[in-house]
Ligand binder design. Sequence first.
Ligand code: NDP
Length: 449
Amino acid sequence: MDDILELVKNKDPQEREFHQAVMEVLISVKPVLDQNPVYRQAKILERLVEPERVILFRVPWMDDQGEPQVNRGFRIEMNSAIGPYKGGLRFHPSVTLGILKFLAFEQVFKNALTTLPMGGGKGGSDFDPKGKSDNEMMRFCHSFMCELYRHIGPNTDVPAGDIGVGAREIGFLFGMYKKLSNEFSGVLTGKGLNWGGSLIRPEATGYGSVYFSAEMLTTRNKTLKGTTCLVSGSGNVAQFTVEKLLDLGAKVVTLSDSSGYIFDESGIDREKLEYIKMLKNVRRGRIKEYIEKYTEAVYSPVDPAHDYNPLWDHKADCAFPSATQNEINGKDAQNLVDNGIIVVSEGANMPTTPEGIDIFINHGLLYGPGKAANAGGVSVSGLEMTQNSQRLNWTREEVDNRLKMIMKSIHQTCLEAAAQYGTPGNYMNGANIAGFVKVVDAMMDQGLV
Ligand code: NDP
């Protein structure tokens, strides 16, 4: 195992998040490899950590001042053993090859857990959507798709949204794909409802993360009703996490963006949530504006001098990190434990550092790792693909019921795999092992390709 990690580090020393994602999986799957030497003989790990294909391209676009701009575009086609590559596009200045490789690697196991036939991929750009006009967004998305379109297709690679890519961007991307390919197909998910999208897709990641937390709580005969919850982020995943928590009788007291966080002791109710949706999705404003309207809430800007995030230092029962990677470090995890948190459900991808994860697991918290807890989004993307192939639209209830069933099944799969390999109740091991076995068995069946 150490050899593989060394290999990965030596090949691409700067890809720290990718090393972190690989290490987490390697630790979990060690017992599986020990019991099945055939995997080692087939060099399955060496093959798994190498993307099947990496596409890197120039994205030139014109800003509103008539000034040419250039960004970098990426698509990582990580693994197609169990289906077409599937995974979101992220537009954020922090995007690098290493970030996207970590996300694509996680996506492979997550997609395997959903029970749907989807391989893993991820893509995006170092483009910063903040402060861009609708026209600039359109020009950028069109230029991005002018290259990407030749690499994707409904049976090849099906991108979706992620940070910085929501309904507006999917629309622009789809429009250019359709024009270039002369084909109306289910090549992207997260589409608008009147042109091939699925009901519940926008809600799916947040709702799914809450359903997963409810399943975890059931194992301790508890429910979300009456609990106090900390949620980070204020984008797609955070908003629908709050919505479902309200449906289930919980109180949410925090939300954030990359500039700071708000603490509202009286709880973010439905009216306040509607305001946040308008603020973030329509006005594209900042979370600090919340306190101008709800003056009893407190806003704290990010303090670079802090080695912890004060959002995680409030008394509560549940935590839903829903912003970005490594937003909970060891100190934050200890603060959560000290403040009485019983469940952590990761809406974001890899939001907890390895040190933080150890603290959660050693203190017996119900810890739902992102690749299980946030799999609801890609699951409903899979359901969108099915509806597109069948040229049918399912009702809201039908999609929501399927989402619930899938989250229940992922939860059960994690518990069973964790118990089978000697770590009962460890959802991280369970998720990694179950996803790994499904993918590598398919790779073994297909030979050395
Ligand atoms: P959005 O772009 O809708 O929202 C992202 C939110 O996170 C914003 O509030 C953003 O603040 C905040 N954020 C981003 N970067 C940072 C940072 N470095 N520090 C603090 N806050 C930050 O994205 P999503 O809600 O779609 O994605 C959130 C997370 O969920 C990501 O980890 C994503 O990979 C994961 N995810 C998303 C899925 C989906 O279906 N959308 C599916 C599965 C996982 P700001 O406005 O300041 O940038």
